[in-house]
Ligand binder design. Structure first.
Ligand code: F6R
Length: 599
């Protein structure tokens, strides 16, 4: 969960690498560094964000590698920042992932000088040993790789050898093919301003980048990887005038939703046209769906369960991916396992999918990231088409995930005959209304900002909802806590009186979803229970409904099953403005990173 970048070509390496690191900063931002290779290797690295890193221009450098870190082994310090070098200072290496056997390797490398507490540092010393035995850079990297256990992506250079040698094992690496050189990145955002021609490395690949060519090897054989054109442009990776990526991405939601829906609605048939490869016969006969996901994607999975079960008349189990287990005796033949993951690289989700596959189950991914590891491992994927999401807090990808899953629910319901064409058309009509309903919420930002300012110094925040709104209550609490560090919790509205009510005081605002789709009377009663304990209530209420017993209301356009999803957008804005009032680093919350590639 760090960011790797590399460049070899005609442009000034230092500026290409700094731009790449800036774009990759969401993957980790506790330290950053660059190695520039000319006649010798110069390393510039330090604790802190890339903004604090001074990189002198170096016209002699022909290529270089860079890294932005989210620490696992060793605290964020200058010494632990990457790149790491060997004893001679000629080899430089950046690394993403974890080496399981680094203790053992470090002991073996007795006599070498280690300057950091990282697991990474064994790699340049292993390369150094192989070079001392007569290997060239590529052969030395291959020899070092033979010794490494764990998941990783690395890039290595040497002062005396041409090019950059990169390798992946369970951690993403993408090559950019530009007119003015070859680029390397943990993802496409690292170099999308220079080229959109990319190839994705696969596990076991070792790539040797030259300024106008690339050679890729796997298991000792020369291989080729398809060069694809990505449809992201450079502006998609910038802030476009917003103070934070999160704010930009919240406002991009109407567009992201249109992309998710476009071409996927078949009005005549009252069906979603998803173009998926999963066999219709299989989908007709499955008797259970498992969803495995983490964090916000898990909440999208919970929302999907509430959509799918009544529409498709099938049982849906939703598990946190890190907890997902397949028990002996489970009917694996008739189960579809769905991974929901924005990045497609989350280690816990990947390992859940691997467990499902090992048990013989059919697997499916709902993801934002074309070419991601999950897409190569599952039987089929559905892309949410939200575009790049840089802010660590997931926003547009949550609504796009739920939307893609709502389309999938419609498709399954029509396929299995549990909903009619008319019912399908009604759901699709709600889906089609989503972008404008979300826009209506965005247009109310000033009211939401005022509420956020009024309550930003509260002791804690509680979010309550029922049915489809319950996952949104969990998601809204997660959003607020991760970017503001305030204590925030989401509950099923009916659960409050079974314990959490003890926490409710006049200093704990309660944000209540009063959607009409799930027992609104009962939720109103729950709201009255907290009001009578003095808590200020902000009700998210269907537009036109009289909820005057709430201290404040935010009107949500009426949208059936999707209304809580729209209400979620109001609370994304609430979380954003509370965090902004508190002066938090919204796009880079402490201790977090966008893509969690360690288990
Ligand atoms: C929270 C957030 C995380 C991710 C989680 C899974 O705002 O972004 O909770 O949802 O780390 O990530 P993906 O969806 O990439 O698998």
């Amino acid at each position: 969960m760090c960011g790797i970048t590399g460049y070899i070509g005609d442009n000034e390496s230092a500026s290409v690498l700094s731009a790449g690191l800036k774009n990759l900063e969401y993957r980790g931002y506790d330290s950053a560094g660059i190695a520039l290779i000319g006649d010798d290797v110069t390393v510039h690295k330090q604790e802190g964000t890339i903004d604090g890193l001074t990189i002198p221009s170096n016209a002699d450098a022909t290529h270089g590698i860079g890294h932005t870190r989210w620490s696992t082994h060793g605290e964020p310090t200058d010494a632990n920042a990457h790149p790491h070098t060997d004893c001679s200072g000629d080899v430089a290496v950046v690394h993403n992932g974890i080496l399981a056997n680094y203790h053992e390797l470090k002991e073996e490398l007795n006599g070498h000088i280690f300057e950091s507490e990282t697991d990474t540092e064994v790699i340049p010393h292993l390369i150094e040993e192989a070079i001392a035995d007569g290997a060239d850079l590529r052969a030395a990297v291959m020899r070092a790789l033979d010794r490494l256990e764990g998941s990783f992506a690395i890039a290595a250079t040497h002062a005396d050898y041409e090019g950059i040698v990169a390798a992946r094992q369970d951690s993403p690496l993408v090559i950019g093919h530009g007119d003015e050189g070859m680029y390397l990145g943990s993802d496409v955002t690292a170099f999308v301003e220079y080229t959109r021609q990319v190839s994705f490395l696969e596990d076991g690949d070792v790539a040797h980048l030259y300024d106008d060519d690339i050679e890729i090897f796997n298991d000792g054989e020369r291989v080729t990887r398809e060069v694809q054109t990505v449809d992201w442009d450079a502006s998609a990776a910038g802030k476009a005038g917003h103070d934070h990526y999160m704010h930009k991405e919240i406002h991009e939601q109407p567009t992201a939703l249109r992309q998710a829906i476009s071409g996927r609605v078949d009005d005549l048939a009252g069906n979603a046209s998803l173009n998926i490869d999963l066999d219709d016969g299989f989908l007709q006969t499955i008797d259970e769906i498992h969803i495995a996901a983490c964090g916000t994607s898990y909440h999208a999975g919970l929302y999907a369960k509430e959509l799918i079960e009544p529409l498709v008349d099938i049982s849906v189990r939703v598990d946190l991916a890190s907890e997902y287990e397949v028990y002996d005796g489970h009917n694996t033949q008739d189960t579809l396992v769905v991974a929901v993951t924005q990045s497609g690289e989350t280690a816990d989700t990947l390992s859940a999918i691997r467990r499902a596959k090992a048990s013989g189950m059919t697997t499916f991914a709902v993801t934002n990231t074309v070419g991601s590891t999950i897409t190569r491992e599952v039987d089929d994927s559905l892309f949410i088409k939200a575009g790049p999401e840089i802010g660590v807090a997931a926003t547009k990808t949550f609504v796009s995930q739920v939307t893609a899953l709502a389309l999938f629910a419609t498709y399954l319901g029509r396929l299995r005959g549990t909903i009619s064409a008319d019912e399908g058309a009604d759901i699709l009509e709600d889906i089609r209304q989503l972008p404008s309903a979300v826009q209506a919420i965005l247009d109310e930002e000033a009211q939401i900002r005022r509420l956020a300012a009024q309550y930003s110094d509260s002791k804690a925040f509680f979010f309550i909802g029922r049915g489809l709104a319950q996952p949104v209550a969990l998601e809204s609490a997660l959003k607020l806590k991760e970017i503001s560090y305030a204590h925030a919790e989401g509950f099923a509205a009916g659960e409050l009186k079974h314990g959490p009510l003890a926490l409710v005081t006049e200093n704990t605002p309660v944000l209540a979803f009063l959607n009409q789709s799930a027992a609104p009377e009962e939720t109103r009663n729950n709201v009255k229970e907290v009001e009578s304990r003095g808590a200020p209530v902000i009700g998210l209420a269907t537009d036109g409904a009289d909820e005057s017993f709430c201290k404040h209301t935010i009107d949500i356009p009426e949208l059936g099953r999707l209304e809580p999803l729209v209400a979620n957008v109001a609370l994304q804005l609430f979380a954003y403005h509370v965090a902004n009032e508190m002066g938090r680093p919204i796009d880079k919350p402490r201790n977090l990173a966008k893509s969690v590639t360690v288990g």
